[in-house]
Design a protein around this ligand. Structure first.
Ligand SMILES: [Zn+2]
Length: 276
């Protein structure tokens, strides 16, 4: 068994890989042990996911949505006071749209009494053109693709051998080849949107969803090349992220968007965009 990122033997690996981090509300979408080796799993957790989840947008989002961390803690929303010394505060959402502020330090409490104003910056979207965010989305895209094909026999070897995925693979795992792998972000629905799920007959909040998409069927030298311009489109709490798995171009996707009233494929019925 070989790891889908470094291609090294992963038969003895013990870690289960979460495609989208648990800290962003994903409990179920995982790759079983050996698909991503322990060493790659560790690298992604420490060098990619950790810095991304600590970015102001994600830190604030995790606090606002009160998503438990792996260790079962609910992170606070970062805030600060505009006094002589800026002080970090942990602000927690509480019942009936109020915020609870937890103050453990007496000096901080005195400052609140004296200065009265607390600032809680809100961030609507993650940053554009950020190296760690691009590796983060690229990693999720490759893992989601692995998950999608994992019911076919012999898939793991084919996935490892598929050199059409090497550029993105090397970029997310070793930072090789590019200073940034371009991604496209936009908000497609509200962070708290509730939807009706026909399958389970339940109303639920959509934490995350994704799909794959080939905007048109390109040909190279007259031959079909199914893996050219394969896009991954994902939404995490209303923000849509799009990345190309096979090259760094977003132009075909953007062209498709402008020809389709900027609709999101995640909000369309499949028959409306799959070309037969
Ligand atoms: Zn590996």
């Amino acid at each position: 068994m070989r790891c889908i990122f470094c291609k090294k033997d992963s038969s003895n690996s013990k870690s289960v890989e979460h495609i989208i981090p648990e800290s962003l509300g994903n409990k179920k979408q995982v790759l079983s042990k050996g698909i991503v080796c322990d060493s790659c799993n560790n690298y992604f957790a420490l060098k990619i996911e950790k810095p991304v989840l600590e970015m102001p947008y994600y830190a604030s989002l995790r606090g606002r949505k009160a998503i438990e961390t792996k260790k079962g803690k609910i992170p606070g929303i970062p805030g600060f006071m505009k006094n002589k010394n800026e002080t970090e505060l942990k602000v927690f959402p509480s019942e009936s749209n109020t915020l609870k502020i937890v103050v453990e330090d007496k000096n901080v409490w005195d400052s609140i009494e004296n200065y009265d104003k607390i600032y809680i910056p809100l961030y609507d979207k993650p940053p554009k053109d950020n190296l760690n965010v691009s590796k983060f989305i690229g990693k999720i895209a490759l893992e989601a693709l692995a998950k999608r094909v994992s019911s076919c026999e012999g898939w793991q070897n084919d996935f490892v051998e598929n050199d059409g995925l090497d550029e993105l693979r090397h970029f997310v795992r070793y930072g090789k080849g590019y200073t940034l792998w371009p991604y496209y972000i936009r908000r497609i629905y509200d962070e708290n949107q509730i939807s009706y799920d026909r399958k389970s007959d339940k109303t639920m909040e959509i934490m995350n969803e994704y799909d794959f998409f080939i905007p048109d069927k390109p040909t190279i030298n007259g031959e079909d090349n199914r893996l050219d311009n394969l896009y991954f489109v994902m939404a995490i709490m209303g923000v849509e992220y799009t990345i190309n798995l096979t090259n760094t171009g977003l132009d075909r996707y953007l062209k498709w968007l402008s020809n389709n009233d900027n609709k999101s494929i995640l909000q369309m019925e499949k028959r409306n965009f799959i070309q037969t």
